[in-house]
Structures are given as C-alpha cells and as structure tokens.
Design a protein around this ligand. Structure first.
Ligand code: ADP
Length: 310
C-alpha cells in the first residue's frame, strides 16, 4: 500500500469518528428536547461542539427554553395573582355590598322613613358605591403590579423638578388647611432612574396622605438627598401620626389605622400598598417612621442616575 492509501484510510477513519461524535451529540440534543417537551423546562443542553452550526443550534435551543421558562413563570404568577385577586375581591366586596343592600331594603320597604332619614340612607348607599368603585380601580392596579403587567418607562428623571411640580399642584389644598409647605432640595437638580408617571403617583399619594391623615398638621414637607448610588425622597408632616404598633403594617393590603377608618369614604387602604409596589418596581425601597404630632416621615429611594446632571 502506498502512503496515499494510508492517508486516505486515516481520513476515512477520522470522518467516521466525526460522524459518530455528531451522531452522539444530536442524539443527546434530541434526548434533552424530549425532557423539555415532557414539561421539564429547566433542562438545558450542556454541550460544546467543534462544529459551529451545532454550537449555534445548542445556543438557540437553550435560549428558546429559557424564554419558555420565563413565559411559564409569568403565566404562573398571573394565575396566582388572579386567584388571589378573585378571593380578595369576593372577601372585601361582601361587607360593603351587604350593607348597601341592607340600606336599600330599608329605603324600599320601610314606609315610616322620614324624608331626611331616606336622604341620609341614600347618601350612605352612594358613598359605599363610590368606595366600591375606587376599591375596584385600586384592586386592578395591585393585580397589575403583582403580575408585573405594568409598563414602566424607566429613564432619566429629574426628581427635583417632579417634587416642585407636585408641591405646586397641592398649593390650593395647603392654603385651605393653613399648611406651610417645606421643600428641601439640593442646589443642583438631582436625577434618578425612574418612570415619570409612577414617580408622580408615589409623590401624589404620599403628599395626599399627609393632608388626609396628618390631622392638625401645620407643616408638610418634601426633601431630597443623595448618596453614592441612591436618591432619598422624604415626605413628612407634623400631624397626629401613626401609632407605633401600626407603623409596620401600614404598607399591607387594606390596612387602615383604626381611627382613620371611615374618615374618607373613598379610602381603600390600598394606597400605600400600590406606592410600595411601585417603588419596588422602580428598584427602590420605602419605609415609614412616626413620632405623633412631631414628625411622620415616609422615605423612599430610587436608583441614582449619576452622570446625567444638567
Ligand atoms: P388609603 O388608600 O385608604 O388612603 P393608605 O394605604 O394610603 O390608605 O394608608 C394606610 C393607613 O396609613 C391610613 O389608613 C392611615 O391611617 C395611615 N397613614 C398614611 N399616611 C399617614 C400620615 N401621613 N399620617 C398619619 N397616618 C397615615
């Protein structure tokens, strides 16, 4: 046999080995795909090949199953939140609805009712209807936030500017209640990563709460300070505050401090829950501290947008 024959035999052997290795790899890929098809979407192809198209195929199959896993998790979250929402709604709607029906029954059936009694019952039914409408709207918001079905447009936001605008929008209310607004902002505007609508909703809710619940407050303030990678925003008032035993619960769903219950027929106890979920969705944290009649402060953070001044 000539040298050429030897070379040809070696090439044929190498080709057979290559084909065998390809066969094994494709068989392994098919096995993993079977596992994924059986529902184990965590499975991944852990293989490297010298053949570029096989490597590309592996990467694409892996990213496809990662996407599938993401969709599956999102569906699971929405399903859980849907179930939770349905059970919450039925629980929380029952009481006001039962009471509305009770009043309506009296209005329709009690012929001895005086005109003023009838009017006052009608007003109660109207207020309860309003409360329910607001509750439904806020439930919807909470469920959207829980299932992360909310589109946030995270971009550079001028936090100083948003604080000034929010304070200005409350000026008439401040004047009506003889409240002195206090704004403490650094000289230069401060920027953060955030969503403008969400930031406005958070500020509006906290300032509104200071007005609504900060009974006898004479000062409502908003402050801003920054640290290395965070921006801190504080909203405070010197009103009647929150009892120490309630502070850790006020961000919980439907939690209202006993004395503020029924203060406002529209209060659902979901405002701070929505605020907390929005702050978290923006990558921040929120806390509250209260020394009644001295200072009740809500502090939330946002990730700082450092190189974007000016
Ligand atoms: P709602 O949506 O009904 O307004 P929130 O979730 O916003 O309720 O607030 C929950 C509870 O926290 C309120 O019932 C109130 O008792 C208390 N609270 C919130 N902010 C303040 C504040 N600035 N001063 C005193 N109490 C407050």
């Amino acid at each position: 046999m000539s040298i050429l024959h030897y070379i040809l035999i070696i090439i044929v052997i190498l080709l057979i080995l290559l084909l065998l290795s390809c066969y094994k790899k494709i068989a392994y890929i098919s096995k993993v795909l079977d596992v994924i098809l059986q529902g184990n979407i965590n499975a991944r192809i852990r293989l490297q090949s010298q053949i570029r198209p096989i490597n590309l195929l592996i990467t694409k199959i892996n990213s496809l199953s990662a996407k599938l896993q993401e969709v599956e998790e999102k569906n699971k979250r929405s399903e859980e939140s849907r179930k939770k929402m349905i059970s919450n709604i039925s629980h929380d709607l029952r009481t006001p609805l039962t009471s509305m029906l009770g009043y309506l029954e009296i209005i329709f059936e009690d012929e001895s009712l005086s005109k003023s009694e009838r009017e006052s019952y009608e007003k109660i039914v109207y207020n309860k209807g309003n409360y329910l409408l607001n509750l439904m709207e806020e439930f919807f918001q909470v469920s959207k936030l829980d299932s992360m079905d909310i589109k946030l447009e995270i971009k550079k936001v001028n936090v100083s500017e948003h604080i000034r605008e929010n304070i200005v929008s409350f000026f008439a209310e401040f004047k009506k209640h003889n409240i002195e607004p206090e704004i403490i902002l650094p000289e230069d505007d401060v920027y953060a990563f955030g969503d403008e609508k969400a930031l406005n909703r958070i500020l509006n809710n906290l300032i509104n709460n200071a007005l609504k619940y900060g009974a006898k407050a004479s000062i409502i303030g908003v402050g801003l300070r920054e640290e290395a990678d965070k921006v801190f925003i504080e909203v405070w008032d010197n009103g009647s505050g929150i009892p120490t035993e309630d502070v850790s619960y006020i961000f919980d769903r439907l939690y209202t401090v006993e004395k503020s219950r029924n203060l406002n027929s529209k209060s659902s106890g979901l405002g701070l829950t929505i605020v907390k979920k929005l702050v978290w969705a923006l990558g921040g944290t929120i806390s509250a501290e209260s020394i009644p009649n001295e200072r009740t402060t809500f502090t939330f953070t946002l990730p700082k947008n450092d190189n974007s001044r000016g």
